[in-house]
Ligand binder design. Sequence first.
Ligand SMILES: Cc1cc2nc3c(=O)[nH]c(=O)nc-3n(C[C@H](O)[C@H](O)[C@H](O)COP(=O)(O)O)c2cc1C
Length: 144
Amino acid sequence: MTTPVPPPDLCQLFYISRSRSTPLDVEQILASARRQNLQRGVTGILLFSGGHFAQLLEGSSRALHDTMSAIDADPRHEAVTRLIEEPATRRRFGDWSMAFFEAPGADDLIQQLLAGQHIPPERARRVMDKMLAPCLPANSQGAQ
Ligand SMILES: Cc1cc2nc3c(=O)[nH]c(=O)nc-3n(C[C@H](O)[C@H](O)[C@H](O)COP(=O)(O)O)c2cc1C
Protein backbone atom coordinates (compact mmCIF):
# COMPACT_ATOMS: atom_id res chain seq x y z
CA MET A 1 0.00 0.00 0.00
CA THR A 2 1.02 3.64 -0.32
CA THR A 3 2.13 5.06 3.04
CA PRO A 4 -0.64 7.41 4.23
CA VAL A 5 0.36 11.06 4.68
CA PRO A 6 1.05 11.48 8.42
CA PRO A 7 -1.71 13.46 10.13
CA PRO A 8 -0.57 16.46 12.22
CA ASP A 9 -1.66 14.59 15.34
CA LEU A 10 -0.08 11.20 14.61
CA CYS A 11 -0.50 8.87 17.61
CA GLN A 12 0.36 5.31 18.49
CA LEU A 13 -1.59 2.90 20.61
CA PHE A 14 -0.39 -0.51 21.79
CA TYR A 15 -2.72 -2.92 23.58
CA ILE A 16 -2.87 -6.57 24.62
CA SER A 17 -5.90 -8.85 24.92
CA ARG A 18 -6.94 -12.46 25.50
CA SER A 19 -8.03 -14.28 22.37
CA ARG A 20 -11.42 -15.92 21.97
CA SER A 21 -10.75 -16.51 18.28
CA THR A 22 -10.40 -19.54 16.05
CA PRO A 23 -7.77 -19.46 13.26
CA LEU A 24 -10.59 -18.65 10.82
CA ASP A 25 -11.69 -15.75 13.04
CA VAL A 26 -8.16 -14.34 12.91
CA GLU A 27 -8.20 -14.41 9.10
CA GLN A 28 -11.54 -12.58 9.09
CA ILE A 29 -10.40 -10.04 11.69
CA LEU A 30 -7.36 -9.24 9.55
CA ALA A 31 -9.34 -8.87 6.33
CA SER A 32 -11.86 -6.54 7.96
CA ALA A 33 -9.19 -4.60 9.87
CA ARG A 34 -7.15 -4.00 6.71
CA ARG A 35 -10.19 -2.76 4.79
CA GLN A 36 -11.22 -0.33 7.51
CA ASN A 37 -7.71 0.84 8.39
CA LEU A 38 -7.05 1.72 4.76
CA GLN A 39 -10.09 4.02 4.81
CA ARG A 40 -9.09 5.61 8.13
CA GLY A 41 -5.36 6.01 7.40
CA VAL A 42 -4.47 3.59 10.18
CA THR A 43 -1.34 1.41 9.97
CA GLY A 44 0.25 -1.08 12.37
CA ILE A 45 0.77 -4.71 13.25
CA LEU A 46 -1.28 -7.44 14.88
CA LEU A 47 0.64 -10.09 16.84
CA PHE A 48 -1.10 -13.38 17.57
CA SER A 49 0.45 -15.72 20.14
CA GLY A 50 -2.23 -18.42 20.04
CA GLY A 51 -3.91 -17.43 23.28
CA HIS A 52 -3.47 -13.65 23.11
CA PHE A 53 -3.23 -10.64 20.84
CA ALA A 54 -0.96 -7.59 20.92
CA GLN A 55 -1.56 -4.80 18.44
CA LEU A 56 0.12 -1.54 17.50
CA LEU A 57 -2.09 1.04 15.80
CA GLU A 58 -0.77 4.25 14.21
CA GLY A 59 -2.93 7.11 12.96
CA SER A 60 -4.70 10.33 13.91
CA SER A 61 -6.21 10.45 17.39
CA ARG A 62 -9.70 10.44 15.84
CA ALA A 63 -8.89 7.42 13.66
CA LEU A 64 -7.45 5.51 16.63
CA HIS A 65 -10.48 6.40 18.75
CA ASP A 66 -12.87 5.04 16.09
CA THR A 67 -10.74 1.94 15.55
CA MET A 68 -10.53 1.18 19.26
CA SER A 69 -14.31 1.47 19.55
CA ALA A 70 -14.63 -1.42 17.08
CA ILE A 71 -11.81 -3.36 18.76
CA ASP A 72 -13.19 -2.93 22.31
CA ALA A 73 -16.62 -4.14 21.15
CA ASP A 74 -15.36 -7.23 19.30
CA PRO A 75 -16.28 -10.46 21.17
CA ARG A 76 -13.47 -12.39 19.46
CA HIS A 77 -11.20 -11.21 22.27
CA GLU A 78 -11.50 -9.93 25.85
CA ALA A 79 -9.58 -8.06 28.56
CA VAL A 80 -8.44 -5.42 26.04
CA THR A 81 -5.72 -3.54 27.97
CA ARG A 82 -4.06 -0.42 26.60
CA LEU A 83 -0.34 -0.28 27.47
CA ILE A 84 0.69 2.76 25.44
CA GLU A 85 -1.35 5.62 24.01
CA GLU A 86 0.72 8.66 23.01
CA PRO A 87 1.78 11.03 20.20
CA ALA A 88 4.25 9.57 17.68
CA THR A 89 6.78 11.26 15.43
CA ARG A 90 6.56 8.70 12.63
CA ARG A 91 4.92 5.46 11.58
CA ARG A 92 6.85 2.23 12.11
CA PHE A 93 4.53 0.18 9.89
CA GLY A 94 3.64 2.85 7.34
CA ASP A 95 3.48 0.33 4.48
CA TRP A 96 0.93 -1.86 6.25
CA SER A 97 -2.80 -1.31 6.76
CA MET A 98 -2.24 -4.12 9.28
CA ALA A 99 0.84 -6.36 9.26
CA PHE A 100 0.48 -9.77 10.92
CA PHE A 101 2.97 -11.81 12.92
CA GLU A 102 2.53 -15.08 14.79
CA ALA A 103 4.44 -14.96 18.08
CA PRO A 104 3.76 -18.15 20.10
CA GLY A 105 6.61 -17.24 22.47
CA ALA A 106 4.72 -14.16 23.68
CA ASP A 107 1.83 -16.08 25.29
CA ASP A 108 3.30 -16.29 28.81
CA LEU A 109 4.39 -12.67 28.89
CA ILE A 110 1.00 -11.34 27.79
CA GLN A 111 -0.78 -13.61 30.27
CA GLN A 112 1.43 -12.29 33.09
CA LEU A 113 0.81 -8.69 32.06
CA LEU A 114 -2.96 -9.22 31.98
CA ALA A 115 -2.88 -10.87 35.41
CA GLY A 116 -0.87 -8.03 36.97
CA GLN A 117 -1.83 -4.60 38.22
CA HIS A 118 -0.82 -1.28 36.68
CA ILE A 119 2.03 -1.51 34.15
CA PRO A 120 4.37 1.50 34.38
CA PRO A 121 5.05 3.32 31.07
CA GLU A 122 8.75 2.34 30.97
CA ARG A 123 7.88 -1.33 31.31
CA ALA A 124 5.10 -1.02 28.71
CA ARG A 125 7.56 0.55 26.27
CA ARG A 126 10.15 -2.22 26.85
CA VAL A 127 7.48 -4.88 26.29
CA MET A 128 6.31 -3.21 23.09
CA ASP A 129 9.83 -2.81 21.72
CA LYS A 130 10.69 -6.43 22.55
CA MET A 131 7.57 -7.76 20.86
CA LEU A 132 7.93 -5.57 17.78
CA ALA A 133 11.70 -6.03 17.28
CA PRO A 134 11.45 -9.24 15.19
CA CYS A 135 8.72 -7.71 13.01
CA LEU A 136 10.04 -4.23 12.21
CA PRO A 137 10.59 -3.47 8.53
CA ALA A 138 14.32 -3.01 7.76
CA ASN A 139 14.02 0.79 7.42
CA SER A 140 12.46 1.09 10.88
CA GLN A 141 15.13 -0.63 12.96
CA GLY A 142 16.00 1.54 15.89
CA ALA A 143 12.97 3.81 15.49
CA GLN A 144 11.83 5.58 18.62
C1 LIG B 1 -7.68 -8.73 17.74
C2 LIG B 1 -8.52 -7.78 16.93
C3 LIG B 1 -7.91 -6.80 16.15
C4 LIG B 1 -8.68 -5.89 15.43
N1 LIG B 1 -8.06 -4.94 14.70
C5 LIG B 1 -8.80 -4.03 14.03
C6 LIG B 1 -8.17 -3.00 13.29
O1 LIG B 1 -6.95 -2.90 13.20
N2 LIG B 1 -8.97 -2.10 12.65
C7 LIG B 1 -10.34 -2.16 12.71
O2 LIG B 1 -11.01 -1.32 12.12
N3 LIG B 1 -10.96 -3.14 13.40
C8 LIG B 1 -10.22 -4.06 14.06
N4 LIG B 1 -10.83 -5.04 14.77
C9 LIG B 1 -12.30 -5.08 14.81
C10 LIG B 1 -12.89 -6.02 13.78
O3 LIG B 1 -11.96 -6.63 12.94
C11 LIG B 1 -13.99 -5.40 12.93
O4 LIG B 1 -13.55 -4.25 12.31
C12 LIG B 1 -15.22 -5.04 13.69
O5 LIG B 1 -15.57 -6.09 14.54
C13 LIG B 1 -16.37 -4.77 12.70
O6 LIG B 1 -16.32 -5.74 11.72
P1 LIG B 1 -17.34 -5.86 10.46
O7 LIG B 1 -18.08 -4.57 10.36
O8 LIG B 1 -16.44 -6.13 9.27
O9 LIG B 1 -18.18 -7.04 10.81
C14 LIG B 1 -10.09 -5.98 15.49
C15 LIG B 1 -10.69 -6.97 16.26
C16 LIG B 1 -9.93 -7.86 16.98
C17 LIG B 1 -10.59 -8.94 17.79
